[in-house]
Write a protein that binds this ligand. Structure first.
Ligand code: PEP
Length: 258
């Protein structure tokens, strides 16, 4: 039995007190639950330390949403992987489509972010996914394969074991349009097959591949029941404690019924 991972990407939302309230509400909501599911909360940088303090008394991990390509130095406004690690962060989202599209991050930049994260003992949650035009022209498999190859496939097997992948079709992020379970399963199985060719069957099986893109309390169970979907990266629905806890419950149910 493989357990699930549910990660919440808060993006640029919540004031300090709203963030504190939400973190405490999540901690209270999962208090006393015996969970197979690993929970990762990814708030904005400013709230990471607070999240890490609350996480110490709770049952979730803390992730950042981004990290600098550089280790340290004259990079005004940037946050390094060692800063994250020493603030209690264990995970980092890398390659979110908003970073790729709005901030021009390339597969080469992301490869550096992967390396610097691993060097600082931070587990990358590496996002891949195609734009609608790629899917409409049947290039979606090729696009995702390139993203994997160009940012991850320089890693040796021991390093690759640390990686979590999130398949997030860009057309589904924040749009309310979710990939169907069939579409998600098809791409997740493809990603696993690409990993298998490079790193072998065992590593392919062990790699966590999360689905992200308008996953919510209503559709999470159907998505999580897919054979190759190992949990979710949740944006909008992670900002509402009740929805987020329902998604965690869906992950638990799917683990027990798979
Ligand atoms: C995301 O930003 O990673 C995401 C999946 O967003 P949403 O769930 O809001 O589509």
């Amino acid at each position: 039995m493989k357990n699930k991972i549910v990660a919440g990407n808060w993006k640029m939302n919540n004031t300090f007190s709203e963030a504190e309230d939400l973190l405490l509400a999540i901690a209270e909501g999962i208090d006393g639950m015996i969970l197979e599911t690993e929970i990762i909360i990814c708030p904005p940088f400013l709230y990471l330390e607070m999240a890490a303090d609350i996480a110490e008394e709770s049952n979730f991990y803390v992730g950042a949403q981004n990290v600098s390509t550089e280790e340290k130095g004259a990079y005004t406004g940037e946050i390094s992987a060692s800063m994250l690690k020493t603030s209690g962060v264990d995970f980092c989202i890398i390659g979110h489509s908003e970073r790729r599209t709005l901030f021009g991050e390339t597969n080469t930049d992301l490869r550096k972010k992967i390396d610097v994260s691993l060097a600082n003992d931070i587990i990358p949650v590496f996002c891949v996914g195609e734009h609608l035009a790629d899917r409409e022209t049947e290039k979606h498999f090729e696009v995702v394969k390139n993203q994997l190859e160009e940012s991850l496939f320089h890693l040796d097997t021991n390093q690759f074991e640390q990686i979590i992948i999130a398949y997030e079709p860009v057309w589904a992020i924040g749009t309310g349009i979710t990939a169907t379970p069939q579409q998600a399963q098809e791409m997740h199985a493809f990603i696993r097959s690409v990993i298998e060719q490079k790193y072998g069957t065992e590593h392919a099986y062990n790699t966590y591949i999360l689905y992200g893109g308008s996953c919510n309390a209503q559709n999470a169970l159907d998505l999580f029941m897919c054979k190759d979907v190992d949990g979710g990266l949740i944006g909008g629905a992670s900002l509402n404690v009740n929805d987020f806890i329902e998604i965690i419950n869906a992950a638990e149910t799917s683990t027990k019924n798979n």
